[in-house]
Design a protein around this ligand. Structure first.
Ligand SMILES: Nc1ncnc2c1ncn2[C@@H]1O[C@H](COP(=O)(O)OP(=O)(O)OP(=O)(O)O)[C@@H](O)[C@H]1O
Length: 259
């Protein structure tokens, strides 16, 4: 039992990811500790989102497995998997909110679906989650009435509705201006630190990567496996691998795959 307590929050073992016979990445091995902000980096189309999808159970490994707290998520029975998944908060690239629902109704949705809380308790929690992301007073607004940055923050509040242990972000700053994007980064750090939440993010934004990720994995499209894991600031200056230094020292914007 004790061993399980000390196991990393997330562990990826010998993971090979494929779509049909097309292998995207192979032999991935890494772990993510509780409370860490961990980034997945690499050129465009190299498999970052695919890796995220494997971590949250939307894709199945071709080989290998994903473990949470030392327990195999990949091999767990359906009901146990669903239970583990309840501990995930996911914010997708589009950050899609239901356009016909107010912000409060959007955040309330997961609570209504997955808990037995009373309406008044849900309303209270919704107010609290929206306040956490700086959206107090906007409860009755519709997504169409607020800015892109506010939509992302509302989607963030919704992702946190069920107090997830791990927050997954796929390109959280996509489509945001640099200042709004920076505010979102600060919010991610603040929530992770104050609530001791693990954050796993896929991002193209160098500024985000370098300012918020404590560790990052670099997926190398040429070798189709991980090239290195480390603190992106150190890798930027000192990585032995030219492709990693180049990636971290490029101008902003996506880097194409070599193909
Ligand atoms: N459902 C799918 N079926 C087949 N191939 C797919 C599917 N989804 C993605 N791919 C392919 O898998 C590879 C990795 O895609 P993925 O979206 O994971 O990369 P990425 O690094 O997240 O890209 P980006 O940075 O552009 O978002 C790409 O070559 C893509 O075309």
């Amino acid at each position: 039992m004790e061993m399980i307590e000390e196991a990393p929050q997330i562990e990826v073992r010998n993971l090979t990811m494929a779509y049909g016979s097309k292998v995207i990445m192979k032999d991935l091995n890494f772990s993510i500790e509780k409370g860490e902000i961990f980034a997945i980096m690499g050129g465009s189309g190299c498999g970052k989102s695919t890796l995220l999808r494997h971590l949250i159970g939307l894709n199945e490994p071709a080989r290998g497995e994903v473990l949470y707290h030392g327990e195999s998520f990949t091999r767990a029975p359906q009901d146990r998997r669903a239970q583990i998944m309840r501990g995930f908060g996911v914010l997708y690239q589009s950050g899609a909110l239901w356009s016909a629902l107010t912000l409060a109704e959007n955040v309330a949705m997961p609570l209504e679906e997955y808990t037995d809380l009373r309406a008044s308790e849900i309303a209270e929690l919704v107010r609290y989650k929206l306040a956490l992301v700086g959206l107090s007073g906007f409860e009755s607004y519709y997504p169409a009435d607020i800015s892109g940055g506010m939509k992302k923050r509302a989607a963030f509040a919704r992702a946190m509705a069920l107090d997830p242990e791990v927050l997954f972000f796929d390109e959280p700053s996509a489509g945001l201006d640099p200042i709004t994007s920076r505010r979102l980064d600060e919010l991610i750090v603040q929530i992770s630190e104050s609530m001791d939440r693990t954050v796993v993010l896929v991002t193209h934004e160098l500024a985000s990567l370098l300012s918020i990720a404590k560790r990052a994995i670099f997926l190398d499209v040429t070798t189709k496996t991980q090239a290195v894991i480390g603190d992106p600031r150190e890798l930027k200056e000192r990585s032995d691998l030219p492709q990693v230094r180049e990636f971290l020292n490029r101008g902003d914007g996506p880097v194409p795959c070599s193909s």
